[in-house]
Design a protein around this ligand. Structure first.
Ligand SMILES: [Ca+2]
Length: 340
């Protein structure tokens, strides 16, 4: 929601200054709209319109509780991706004007396009609406979604029949899953509920609640310390697996030209987070400290063989040694690629 408040514009005597206030607000709105498309980079200055500079005694920027007069895009205040801020303008006539804005910060370095060779294919049951996908040794742990069909299961890579399959209630829509030690964690889409299973036989250990700021459960992975959760936005949330009620860190994910939204299935591998973008045949490699997208893998050719509509899209990334495995919802294959 955008907000602007211009107080005291009722008396006729103030009409001229009120018109000026409206001009100031309009100039900031226009500038914001232009910059929301273009984006900023760290080190850039917010270049306030001339009408603001001419008529403001002071301008500050607030981020929730904190406030700064600094108009530089400084990592002390901004993260990559979308930042909600408010411009606070004190006019020379002593009035306060406020305008909310979303500041889009992009990475300084372009993401690398990484090529790969297809080295192997394995069968995948096309009935599986893949939501979570992880290989451990030669065992695939897969979470399957859709109401009435949701389940958590494990099977040997190369086979399609699960050795264990735990179905869920008809009101549950399963999402991402990940291994945490000898447990498996699984998210649900809108049930606001997660499950923890024993890895060995997928017997249920317990359920958990989400932190309230995670609106929906999408993808899930584990970096050895925290769970990493996607919720269909450009944000990734770090959550302690032993206390799932709080977000310990949030990053916004952006490349040099765009903020990557709709992040879905995830995989943490050797210091980086890999994510596929919903309804795009793309996997991105993300620096977990900053959210910067450092590399991109284009799976257009593989997706073209499997994607007929809007549901059967690429959704499943894991690693087999140094090679990446990818699959999708209702795909009949798992692909192993060697990254160049
Ligand atoms: Ca995965």
């Amino acid at each position: 929601m955008k907000r602007n408040i211009i107080l005291g514009c009722v008396a006729l005597a103030f009409l001229a200054s009120c018109n000026k206030d409206k001009e100031i607000i309009k100039s900031i709105q226009d500038y914001n709209a232009e910059m929301e498309t273009k984006g900023y980079h760290f080190g850039d200055e917010i270049k306030l319109p001339q009408v603001v500079l001419d008529n403001a005694e002071s301008v500050s920027i607030s981020f929730g509780e904190t406030e700064t007069p600094n108009t530089k895009i400084d990592p002390a205040h901004y993260v990559l991706g979308n930042n909600d801020i408010t411009f606070n303008i004190k006019t020379k006539s002593g009035k306060m004007l406020y305008q909310d804005a979303s500041i889009t910060v992009l990475a300084n370095k372009p993401e690398q396009n990484i090529a790969y060779d297809l080295v192997a294919e394995y069968p995948h049951n096309p009935q599986y609406f893949t939501q979570g996908f992880e290989l451990d040794g030669n065992t695939v742990y897969e979470s399957v979604g859709q109401l009435g069909e949701s389940k958590m299961m494990k099977y040997t890579l190369g086979q399609t029949t699960p050795s264990v399959s735990i179905p869920q209630g008809n009101d549950i829509f399963s999402e991402g899953s990940t291994l945490v030690g000898d447990k498996v964690y699984q998210l649900t889409w809108q049930n606001k509920l997660g499950y923890i299973y024993h890895k060995s036989d997928l017997s249920l250990v317990s359920q958990f609640d989400y932190p309230s700021e995670i609106a929906e459960g999408w993808g899930l992975t584990y970096d050895g310390k925290d769970l990493i959760v996607s919720d269909g936005t450009s944000n990734l949330y770090f959550v302690n697996p032993n206390d799932t009620t709080k977000v310990v860190k949030r990053i916004g994910v952006a490349g040099s030209e765009l903020v990557y939204g709709q992040l879905n299935e995830l995989e943490y591998h050797q210091g980086f987070i890999y994510a596929n973008v919903w309804q795009q045949p793309v996997v991105i490699k993300i620096n977990p400290k900053t959210g910067e997208v450092v590399a991109k893998y284009d799976f257009t050719k593989i997706a073209q063989q499997n994607t007929k509509g809007s549901d059967d899209v690429l959704n499943g990334v894991t690693f087999k040694g140094e090679n990446m495995l990818v699959t999708g919802k209702n795909w009949n294959k798992i692909y192993e690629v060697k990254l160049k």
